[in-house]
Design a protein around this ligand. Sequence first.
Ligand SMILES: Cc1ncc(COP(=O)(O)O)c(C=O)c1O
Length: 377
Amino acid sequence: MKFATELIHGGNPIDPEHGSLSHPIYHTSTFAQRSFDQFGRYDYARSGNPTREALEDAVAKLEKGTTGLAFASGMAAIASTFLLFRPGDHLVVCEDVYGGTFRVLSTLFTGWGLQVSFVDATDLEQIAAAITPQTRALYLETPSNPLIKISDIPGCVALAKQRGLLTIVDNTFMTPYLQRPLELGCDIVLHSGTKFLNGHSDVICGFAVTATQELGQRLRFIQNAFGAVLGPQDCWLVLRGLKTLKVRLEESQSSAKKIVAWLQQQEAVQKVYYPGLPEHPGYEIHRRQASGPGAVLSFELKSFETTKRLLEGVQLAAFAVSLGGVESILSYPAKMSHAAMPPAEREARGIKDTLVRLSVGLEDPEDLIADLERFLK
Ligand SMILES: Cc1ncc(COP(=O)(O)O)c(C=O)c1O
């Protein structure tokens, strides 16, 4: 099946009992057992729920993995994945990783004994130099957030395989519609499903998809043991949101390209970060490993005053945390996604006080441009 067909028919079988096109919501915490000797397929809903399973299978198929697991948030998926490692293990992580991932690694997991090196993951030599005998995995986000840096996934996979490491990719920005890291040799793909996968700004959720069943089983054990699972009502909302992933992303991406072209001509704009721009240093690498630049861009303004006026005055794009919804969202990384990062650390990574990130939704791009124009002209 092609991607669009897979979205509609892949993981969402027609209910065999009554023929309902929409998957039933199994709102239950437990399942009655009929036999003393052999329990049924489901026993307790933390361990498994049919609505969750339909969603997990759907996301696993889209990412071309063997096992999909749905969690209560993107951070729950990410933190549960870090539990695959042990105190003393070392991870090499891209330096402009999502602020929440930076926070959980640099506080809770460091306290627990995991060692982490943050590196510029656009540079394979820096990644190679950070690997120690204790290193167990490379952790990437490409495009990264909010500076939209590109890591060479096949290059990182080759290095990881040579050194016996896992490669883990947070694929939130691209979604499997535009980029499928498992097909490029990665071992685990993570998502904040809160963003494009659900797409309607009404659910917090996360996913992990593994390439092999063996890794899937280990992560399934952690999902059940740690227990940060996604509830059935939210699973159903994501199953519904997922069906329109392709049309949403196509439309938002097309508008993002128009907005980028317009931003580049604005006197008030210092720099635009978007992997669809030929002058982007990662343009060629991104073109090889993904089928489009996506719907998220960042731009730096020349003055802090304009930045503040824009964020406080903009009407169509919500000034909010998050991305990937049908509504456009304008975020301020310094106080939002990267607030957990100390200011000096943030500045050193190039996340300035004049940087804003725009997630383009489904509004007409001309209206979005007119809204931005009021503050940038
Ligand atoms: C790239 C990325 N990964 C992970 C997360 C965390 O996901 P959640 O907010 O669903 O816990 C976010 C949230 O913004 C994100 O942008």
